[in-house]
Write a protein that binds this ligand. Structure first.
Ligand SMILES: Cc1ncc(COP(=O)(O)O)c(C=O)c1O
Length: 379
């Protein structure tokens, strides 16, 4: 069955809708920075770091080249390295796991809570060993993890808590922003994220001066504060956030909360439109949680054939993530084979991300729901 609107493709994310509202100011920023040649470690970077720290409720923020480098540098600044174990979910973008491994530490996978789809505190408790040096919790799809329960465990065990907030900018738990619970928060500014740059970027949020200083040094070749030719740390690199990206992010930060509200409203609308269909929608916000719905992930049987029908009807979807980290060839050596993380594996086999972005219209969401209903009837 087709409808007249199937000729227009509906993308999973439509990033072009953000452009008109910022075009004039964004072009002026490019002209200003270009005319001054202020490309690296400039005043715009410091200004954005201050504003983003304030938005996240932390004392400091350090811009990095990506979300992956933010996680890695935060862990390195905490002293994580070879011989250490770091507990993390396998249901995440692979970058979380890579960043841990790049410090020399060993990732240890713990299962998720099937409702929130984030680390299950009981599974974290079971995964802690005397070698555990940190836990990296992921606020997956924009849903705050049960970070307070996990923090009680990490505090008790004397290990560090790092939050991977790459999908959750502006999400809150008991009115406290994510990125301010652990020793450090790590954000990605990849363009599709709730706050996206014009390319790659990331940041570490923290209220600990030692972590902020460590990440500032590591992102710039291990250099000393104020002396780029004095190198205090060996593991540094070129991991800075560009001044221009920081200026554009600072401009876009103005709309972050409003965009998050729009996606929350869109999630509520999907829940109404999809009510009664044989699928599991994202949880109604668990007590105290304000998710930002970076992704709206439903769980369905026959996911792949339904996805193909949506695709044929011009509705683009995603799968986040079809193969969890512990079943990836790259991580087979960790020995956590099929069946070891049941909730993770169930979600990976059933998850389907529907189009959601600030600016998605009611008609577009109705089209997604109608197409999905038809596909489910045909299944
Ligand atoms: C959960 C999660 N962690 C880490 C990252 C890595 O961020 P980046 O792509 O900026 O390196 C991403 C980005 O896709 C992510 O979704």
């Amino acid at each position: 069955m087709t409808s007249p609107s199937t000729s227009v493709t509906l993308p999973l994310f439509d990033l072009t809708r953000q452009w008109p509202r910022m075009q004039d100011e964004a072009l002026a920023l490019v002209a200003d920075i270009g005319s001054r040649g202020a490309f690296s470690l400039g005043g715009e970077l410091a200004a954005f770091e201050g504003a983003f720290a304030e938005a996240c409720g932390t004392a400091d923020c350090v811009g990095t080249s990506s979300g992956t480098s933010a996680i890695e540098l935060a862990l390195r600044a905490l002293g994580v390295g070879p011989g250490d174990e770091v507990v993390t979910p396998a249901m995440t973008f692979i970058a979380t796991v890579e960043a841990i491994a790049r410090t020399g530490a060993t990732p240890v996978f713990a299962d998720i809570d099937p409702i929130r789809r984030c680390l299950d505190p009981d599974a974290v408790r079971d995964a802690l060993t005397p070698r555990t040096r940190a836990v990296v919790v992921v606020h997956l799809y924009g849903m705050p993890a049960d970070v307070q329960a996990i923090q009680r465990l990490t505090d008790e065990a004397g290990v560090a808590l790092v939050e991977d907030c790459a999908q959750a900018h502006g999400a809150r738990l008991d009115d406290q922003p994510v990125g301010s619970f652990g020793a450090a928060g790590a954000f990605s500014f990849y363009p599709t994220k709730p706050l996206g740059a014009f390319g790659d970027g990331g940041a570490v949020t923290t209220s600990r001066p030692d972590i902020a200083a460590g990440v500032r040094s590591l992102r710039h070749h291990g250099s000393a504060p104020g002396d780029a030719n004095l190198h205090l740390l060996r593991e540094g690199g070129t991991e800075r956030l560009d001044n221009l990206q920081a200026a554009l992010l600072h401009l876009k930060l103005r709309w972050m909360d409003a965009d998050n509200v729009e996606r929350r409203d869109a999630a509520d609308r999907y829940r109404e439109l999809l009510a009664g269909l044989p699928l599991v929608a994202p949880p109604l916000d668990p007590a105290g949680a304000e998710p930002v719905h970076h992704l709206f992930v439903v769980e369905l049987d026959a996911r792949d054939s339904i996805r193909a029908e949506l695709d044929a009807a011009g509705v683009k979807t995603g799968i986040h993530y079809p193969t969890p980290a512990h079943l990836q060839p790259a991580w087979a050596e960790l020995g956590a084979g099929p069946g070891s993380l049941p909730a993770t594996e169930a979600l990976a086999s059933r998850a389907l991300s529907l189009p959601i972005f600030a600016g998605i219209t009611r008609d577009e969401q109705a089209r997604v729901a109608d197409t999905l209903r038809t596909a489910l009837l045909n299944a």
